[in-house]
Design a protein around this ligand. Structure first.
Ligand code: CUA
Length: 364
C-alpha cells in the first residue's frame, strides 16, 4: 500500500528540479521500506483448510501421513492380487456351453500348499502392520520435547474452545495462536486436552490426528507446524446441537509475530471512559456472570474470556466474522447466528446493544 502512495507522489512532482529530488527521495524511501519489510512482518492470513490427511504441514501429521501411505500401498497390493485372481478365475473357468453341465470339475481337498499360501502371508502382513503402527504411536506419544516447546491447555465446552497458555498467563478462546517451528530451530507446541462438559474431539488435519477431550481426564498431543497461516479444524465428536459449528482456528505465527501477540494478550484491557456506559450495561445485564474481562467486575468462566475479544477475527467459535453487523446480531440474540448455543437472548434494547458493542470493541 505504501509503495502505491509513493508512486503517485513521484508522478505528480515529475518535471521540475525539485521533482527529481523528491523522486530520488521517494526511491530511497521505497528501498528503505522494502528492506525494513521483513522486520515488520505481519500475521500470515493464508487459510489452510485441507480437511484430509494428504497435505500435512506439521511433524506428527507428516508421520501419520507416511504410515497411511504404507498401509494403503499394502492394502492396494492385496486388492490387486485378490481382485486379479478372482477376475482370472471368473473368466478362465466360466461356463462355455452345455457340455460343461455334463460333469463336475475336479474337486480339490486339503492342499497343504494352498492352505499355507493363504494363511501365512496374511499373518505376516498383519504382524508387520502392527509393529509399524506400534512404533509410530510410540514415536508420537513419547516424543521428547525441546525446552523451547510451547504449552497450551485446550478445554472443550459446548460449543467453544477455552485456550490457556500457562507459561504466559494468557487466556483466550477459539483462535489458537502457536509459534512456527523449523527443522533447525524446533518449537513444537504441547497440548493438554480437557473437557468441561461432554466428550469433544480436536482435529486440525494438517497439524495432527484426532484426539478426544474427555471429562475428568487429560489427554495430550502436540503439533509442530512448518508453515505459517490459519489452519482450520473441527470438533469431531457429536456433542450437541451446535457440534458442527464448534470450529477451530490455529494461527501459526513466525516467532516475532507470536511474541507480539502474546504481549498484546498480556496487556491489561484499556479502560476507555468513553465506553463506561457500555461497561456498566455489560455488568448490569449479567454478561459478567458468564464472561470474564480482566480488571473488571466480570469474572465468569462459563463462556469465553472477553479480555481481548476485539483481537479475535471470528465470533461464536468461528461461526461468523467478528464485524459490527454480526456482533450486533449476536448481542440481540445469539440464537440467530448459532441456534442451540448456550448463550441466551438477554432481551437487550438497541441502545444497550450499541453501548455494549462499543465497549467490546475497545477490548483489543
Ligand atoms: Cu464439541 Cu462436537
Amino acid at each position: 500500500m505504501l509503495n502505491h502512495q509513493y508512486t503517485r507522489f513521484s508522478l505528480a512532482t515529475r518535471g521540475s528540479g525539485r521533482g527529481w529530488l523528491l523522486l530520488g527521495f521517494t526511491v530511497v524511501a521505497f528501498i528503505g521500506f522494502l528492506s525494513s519489510a521483513p522486520v515488520a512482518r505481519a500475521q500470515d492470513s493464508t487459510i489452510r483448510a485441507v480437511q484430509n490427511i494428504f497435505d500435512p504441514l506439521s511433524a506428527p501429521a507428516e508421520t501419520l501421513y507416511s504410515i497411511s501411505l504404507l498401509v494403503m500401498a499394502v492394502c492396494a497390493g492385496i486388492f490387486l492380487i485378490v481382485g486379479g485372481l478372482l477376475t482370472y478365475a471368473i473368466i478362465r473357468y466360466r461356463r462355455r456351453g452345455p457340455e460343461d453341465d455334463r460333469e463336475e470339475p475336479p474337486q480339490v481337498y486339503g492342499s497343504a500348499a494352498i492352505e499355507l499360501a493363504w494363511t501365512v502371508p496374511p499373518i505376516l502382513i498383519v504382524v508387520m502392520l502392527v509393529l509399524v503402527t506400534a512404533r509410530t504411536i510410540g514415536e508420537i506419544q513419547h516424543h521428547k520435547m525441546p525446552d523451547a516447546a510451547e504449552e497450551i491447555r485446550v478445554i472443550g465446552h459446548r460449543y467453544w474452545w477455552e485456550i490457556r497458555y500457562p507459561k504466559h498467563d494468557v487466556v483466550t478462546a477459539n483462535e489458537i495462536h502457536v509459534p512456527l517451528s523449523s527443522r533447525q530451530n524446533r518449537v513444537p507446541t504441547e497440548m493438554v486436552l480437557e473437557s468441561a462438559d461432554v466428550i469433544h474431539g480436536f482435529w486440525v488435519p494438517q497439524l495432527n490426528g484426532k484426539t478426544m477431550l474427555v471429562p475428568n481426564y487429560r489427554n495430550t498431543m502436540w503439533i509442530e507446524p512448518y508453515a505459517t497461516g490459519i489452519y482450520l479444524g473441527n470438533c469431531t465428536v457429536l456433542c450437541g446441537q451446535q457440534h458442527a459449528n464448534m470450529l477451530i482456528r490455529v494461527i501459526v505465527d513466525p516467532p516475532d509475530v507470536y511474541q507480539k501477540w502474546l504481549d498484546s494478550q498480556k496487556a491489561k484491557p484499556v479502560n476507555d471512559p468513553q465506553t463506561a456506559e457500555g461497561q456498566r450495561q455489560f455488568i448490569s445485564n449479567s454478561c459478567g456472570t458468564c464472561h470474564r474481562v480482566e480488571d473488571s467486575q466480570a469474572t465468569g468462566v462459563f463462556g469465553p474470556d472477553l479480555s481481548h475479544f476485539a483481537s479475535r477475527a471470528t465470533l461464536g467459535s468461528g461461526v461468523a466474522k467478528n464485524d459490527d453487523t454480526n456482533l450486533r446480531s449476536w448481542l440481540h440474540d445469539p440464537q440467530v447466528l448459532k441456534p442451540g448455543c448456550l448463550m441466551p437472548n438477554m432481551q437487550l434494547s438497541d441502545r444497550q446493544v450499541d453501548a455494549i458493542l462499543a465497549y467490546l470493541r475497545t477490548l483489543k
